[in-house]
Write a protein that binds this ligand. Structure first.
Ligand SMILES: *[C@@H]1O[C@H](CO)[C@@H](O)[C@H](O)[C@H]1NC(C)=O
Ligand SMILES: *[C@@H]1O[C@H](CO)[C@@H](O)[C@H](O)[C@H]1NC(C)=O
Ligand SMILES: *[C@@H]1O[C@H](CO)[C@@H](O)[C@H](O)[C@H]1NC(C)=O
Ligand SMILES: *[C@@H]1O[C@H](CO)[C@@H](O)[C@H](O)[C@H]1NC(C)=O
Ligand SMILES: *[C@@H]1O[C@H](CO)[C@@H](O)[C@H](O)[C@H]1NC(C)=O
Ligand SMILES: *[C@@H]1O[C@H](CO)[C@@H](O)[C@H](O)[C@H]1NC(C)=O
Ligand SMILES: *[C@@H]1O[C@H](CO)[C@@H](O)[C@H](O)[C@H]1NC(C)=O
Ligand SMILES: *[C@@H]1O[C@H](CO)[C@@H](O)[C@H](O)[C@H]1NC(C)=O
Ligand SMILES: *[C@@H]1O[C@H](CO)[C@@H](O)[C@H](O)[C@H]1NC(C)=O
Ligand SMILES: *[C@@H]1O[C@H](CO)[C@@H](O)[C@H](O)[C@H]1NC(C)=O
Ligand SMILES: *[C@@H]1O[C@H](CO)[C@@H](O)[C@H](O)[C@H]1NC(C)=O
Ligand SMILES: *[C@@H]1O[C@H](CO)[C@@H](O)[C@H](O)[C@H]1NC(C)=O
Length: 843
């Protein structure tokens, strides 16, 4: 029963993976203990530490210098369930280990130097379910084929083993066969035989496993070239088989015979073509036995062709990955995937990098259940008429990106796939998108659209019309500068009008130098905005005002000189990350003060905050970081500005007053006097009205200096008839101001005579002050006190312009004309006497 050391010197390479979860941290000086887990890894220990809590269940001793597993030392921790001693220098498992550790379930002895294993080493290890002995030193002692003489029962002591990892051990076909027999009747679930130098699988290789209920078999990284038909018939419960990275020449209808429970088959790089070999072949009906298969991975597989019935019988298939496979596929027509018509659950078909150049009408017409179709990295060069996608009734994602930019669209391109949610066309398009209706118009449920890297220059407003559900729009690396110019004929193209649910918008590298005022209007949900690598300089202040939800803003590598609050206050208010480095910032108070303060105080993540934000101007700050901008200088400036404004206001105000006084002074004086008279002289004036006798003069004569001669000659003689006139140049008392003289004496005169000539109308004092005063007297005091003597004919218009008096305002007897005829002078005097003697009462 004992496996003699001389007999099996083939050594072990079993690996059991996980050690103690949740433990790892370099640079410690001692073990760390958390709950019942002890992490003693990476400590250069040569013994098991004696001072850990007795009740630990998990001990990680990996990456140390242990040479033996001492059962006595480990016996201090009898509750251990997991022990990881990988990456040490252990040469043998210790006899009695499991007696000391009765609860041990997982033992990882990966990467040690164990070169022999005996039954007594595993004595009483019945609780062990995971044993990893992978990558131990393989030593063959004596004759290699002595392995065949191994006595059975090696694994009997560990009858509970579920996972056995023998990766990296050189297992001869005969030994593998024998091993499988040894493993029979064990509840083995996973068997990992990676990199164990297998070249052929014989029909009986796995025969011994028939009673094990194995679910996972990993044969990857071998050199398997041939698989005998029926090799897997012993594994009816196998669910996952990996043949990744092998050298299989052919698959036939017998290869997978019996794998009726298989769910996952990994054939990635399993079939390869070397320079000298032919293309491997996959016969029709090869996968037919795999009735439960859901996932078939054939990435980078190489085989001659996809034959008409190749995928026949894969009733449960959900995902087929043919990415980067070499199959000579060029044109996909309605026969290519016809064999998948019996796969009603197929959801994902990955045809990335398969060399496709053309999609024929109905190419996928049998795949009505498909939700995801990946056609990236192909050479498709055609106009999509829409027929190509006919029959894809459930498709939600189509990836057409990176297709040599030879695909052109028509308004009908997507009419058969209105269920689409994700469409990528980056690096794929040629031709124009300027068409009505837009090719995307049928895609009302679209949430992600990638049009980046297409050199798109011309679009219209309807491009995204109706795409109310669009959340992600990528249009970077195009040429959209022109359509966003304010000078664009008909105004800038506001193509984001309908996409109000947008969450991510990428417009980097588009040569943009303007953002139209309403371009980003209504994007209240926008979380990420990328505008890097454009030529943006001046931004209008309200363009970002709706972007209240913004979390990521990328505007690096533009021509921004200023970052004012009016523009950036809203988008920067609650940002997670800002990228705005490499702009030629103008470090002046106006341009940068607010931003500099924001940069210094914000919690937003700003990569390159110190080195990326550099002042370009003014020279004083050239090449210095924006965060070192001295905002104090702006505060001084603010004070200075305030003073400046104050003093200039004062100066201006004084100037205005001076001008007012100069040109309108009489008016001010006039109203001032009225005010004074009204408040102080009210009583007096009423009294005066009662006693007209108190007038000192019968009339105050207003005349132009030029008319003085006439006054003396024709008016003063009337003083002989018991009238007294007040003449400024005759009666004014020296020492009194002009204004006082006028005001006082007009008040003391019963009448005011205007000697109306052109000269009078030109005289400024007369025109303005005296006339006003007279008029005031006329109106306010209700006196019929003005008499006009016309020496010349003057139009009423001129009169009202200059003296503010109209003929109609006066009684006709108060208007007298100087006659041209001498004989009428008597009559004139008569008339004047009547006018001067008339009552002042307005009747
Ligand atoms: C394990 O033992 C330590 C003392 O050594 C004790 O503090 C802790 O509560 C014990 N943990 C459990 C789960 O029994
Ligand atoms: C260990 O195994 C031996 C022989 O198989 C047996 O006599 C002994 O009782 C076992 N010890 C324990 C603790 O199970
Ligand atoms: C395999 O599974 C069957 C049914 O579940 C069970 O009865 C049998 O004991 C299992 N075999 C082993 C070796 O675990
Ligand atoms: C064994 O298989 C189970 C399920 O099939 C899986 O969860 C586990 O990680 C596998 N263990 C190993 C060592 O492969
Ligand atoms: C496999 O194909 C061959 C013909 O190529 C046929 O004779 C044989 O019956 C097929 N075997 C199975 C299991 O279908
Ligand atoms: C496949 O397409 C060809 C023409 O392209 C057509 O004649 C044929 O009927 C189609 N087959 C099926 C099954 O749709
Ligand atoms: C398709 O295959 C490519 C390349 O293997 C891979 O990167 C991509 O994730 C796959 N896509 C899907 C949807 O499986
Ligand atoms: C769009 O999505 C909604 C909700 O998922 C669905 O009811 C509707 O049928 C979809 N429209 C199309 C055209 O697929
Ligand atoms: C945003 O999307 C929701 C569904 O996701 C839709 O009901 C709503 O109408 C959309 N909003 C706008 C403005 O289109
Ligand atoms: C700011 O953003 C966080 C998430 O990043 C969000 O939870 C919070 O509500 C936002 N605050 C405001 C005022 O929008
Ligand atoms: C920002 O911080 C730097 C150093 O921490 C300081 O020199 C600079 O004056 C600060 N700028 C503002 C605007 O607070
Ligand atoms: C930054 O975070 C700290 C602590 O989380 C908080 O006290 C402070 O107010 C935050 N500053 C800003 C500008 O949000």
């Amino acid at each position: 029963m004992v496996l003699r050391s001389s007999a099996l010197s083939l050594l072990l390479c079993v690996g059991l993976l996980r050690s103690c979860p949740g433990s790892a941290s370099p640079r410690r000086t001692g073990c760390t203990v958390e709950r019942r887990r002890a992490d003693c890894s990476h400590l250069k220990l040569s013994d098991v530490p004696p001072d850990l809590p007795r009740n630990i269940s998990c001990l990680d001793m990996s990456h140390n210098r242990l040479t033996t597993l001492d059962p006595t030392a480990l016996g201090r921790y009898p509750d251990l369930e997991r022990l990881d001693v990988s990456y040490n220098s252990i040469t043998a498992l210790a006899r009695g280990l499991c007696d000391s550790l009765p609860h041990l379930r997982r033992l990882s002895v990966q990467r040690n130097e164990v070169h022999q294993l005996t039954q007594s080493d595993l004595q009483n290890c019945s609780g062990l379910t995971h044993l990893d002995l992978s990558d131990n030193r393989l030593k063959l002692r004596g004759e290699p084929f002595s392995v065949l003489k191994v006595e059975s029962g090696l694994f009997k002591p560990i009858a509970g083993l579920r996972d056995l990892v023998l990766d990296g051990c050189n297992l001869s076909p005969q030994f593998l066969n024998k091993l499988c027999v040894e493993l029979s009747h064990m509840p083995l679930r996973n068997l990992s035989l990676r990199n164990t130098q297998q070249a052929m699988l014989m029909i009986n290789t796995f025969q011994g496993l028939i009673t094990t209920n194995l679910t996972t078999l990993d044969l990857s990284n071998n050199k398997i070239a041939g698989i005998a038909e029926g090799s897997f018939q012993w594994l009816p419960l196998l669910e996952s088989l990996s043949l990744e990275n092998n050298n299989i020449k052919s698959l036939t209808n017998g290869t997978f015979l019996g794998l009726k429970s298989l769910i996952k088959l990994n054939l990635q790089k399993a079939l390869i073509k070397t320079k000298t070999s032919h293309y491997p072949t996959i016969d029709d009906f090869s996968f037919q036995p795999l009735v439960k298969l859901e996932y078939l991975f054939m990435k980078e597989a190489c085989f001659s062709k996809i034959s008409e019935n190749m995928f026949y019988g894969l009733k449960s298939l959900r995902k087929l990955d043919l990415s980067w496979s070499k199959t000579g596929l060029k044109t996909v027509d309605n026969t290519t995937f016809a064999s998948l018509r019996g796969s009603p659950f197929l959801q994902t078909l990955n045809l990335t990098g398969t060399g496709i150049t053309k999609l024929e009408p109905g190419a996928f017409s049998r795949l009505g259940s498909l939700t995801t179709l990946v056609l990236r990295y192909n050479f498709i060069s055609q106009e999509l008429t829409g027929e190509e996608f006919q029959g894809l009734n459930s498709v939600e994602e189509i990836y057409l990106s990176t297709n040599q930019q030879k695909i052109s669209l028509t308004p009908a391109s997507f009419i058969h796939v209105p269920t689409l949610r994700i469409l990528t066309l980056n690096r794929a398009l040629t031709g124009t998108l300027y068409m009505e209706p837009s090719p995307f118009r049928p895609l009302t449920n679209l949430t992600v659209l990638d049009l980046s890297n297409n050199n798109i220059a011309n679009i219209n407003r309807g491009l995204l019309e109706g795409l109310h559900n669009l959340k992600v729009l990528r249009m970077q690396h195009n040429n959209l500068a022109r359509v966003w110019k304010n000078a664009y004929p008909g105004g800038p193209v506001l193509f984001l009008r309908d996409t109000q649910n947008l969450s991510i918008l990428e417009l980097d590298y588009n040569g943009l130098d303007e953002i139209p005022l309403r371009a980003l209007q209504g994007l209240f949900q926008l979380k990420e905005l990328s505008l890097s690598g454009n030529l943006l300089n001046f931004l209008q202040s309200s363009i970002f005002d709706d972007l209240q939800s913004l979390r990521y803003l990328r505007m690096q590598k533009n021509l921004l000189t200023s970052v004012p609050m009016e523009t950036f206050g809203v988008p920067l208010s609650n940002l997670t990350e800002l990228r705005m480095e490499h702009n030629p910032f103008d470090c002046t108070c106006d341009s940068i003060q607010w931003f500099s303060e924001w940069l210094n105080t914000t919690n937003t993540s700003i990569p390159g905050r110190a080195q990326g934000y550099i002042c370009n101007t003014p020279p004083a700050y050239f090449n210095r970081s924006v965060i070192y901008f001295e905002t104090d200088s702006c505060k001084n400036l603010t004070l200075f500005q305030a003073l400046y404004v104050l003093s200039s206001t004062l100066v201006l105000g004084l100037m205005v007053i001076a001008f007012l006084v100069h040109f309108q002074g009489w008016r001010i004086q006039f109203y001032w006097n009225i005010l004074i008279n009204r408040t102080l002289g009210m009583k007096g004036s009423r009294y005066e009205r009662l006693a007209e006798d108190r007038y000192e003069h019968d009339a105050y004569v207003i005349h132009a200096p030029d008319d003085r001669a006439w006054v003396e000659r024709s008016l003063l003689p009337l003083e002989d008839k018991n009238l007294t006139f007040f003449l400024e140049d005759r009666n004014a008392v020296p020492g009194y101001s002009m204004v006082e003289t006028i005001v006082d004496n007009i008040r003391r005169s019963r009448k005011i005579i205007f000697v109306v000539t052109e000269a009078l109308l030109e005289d400024p004092w007369c025109r303005q002050f005296k006339a006003h005063h007279a008029l005031h007297q006329l109106m306010e005091d209700s006196r019929d006190s003005v008499v006009l003597i016309f020496l010349q004919d003057v139009t009423d218009y001129r009169l009202s312009q200059s003296l503010l008096i109209r003929r109609s305002m006066l009684k006709s007897r108060c208007i007298v004309h100087w006659p041209l005829q001498k004989e009428r002078i008597v009559a004139f005097h008569q008339k004047l006497m009547i006018a001067l003697n008339s009552s002042n009462r307005v009747s």
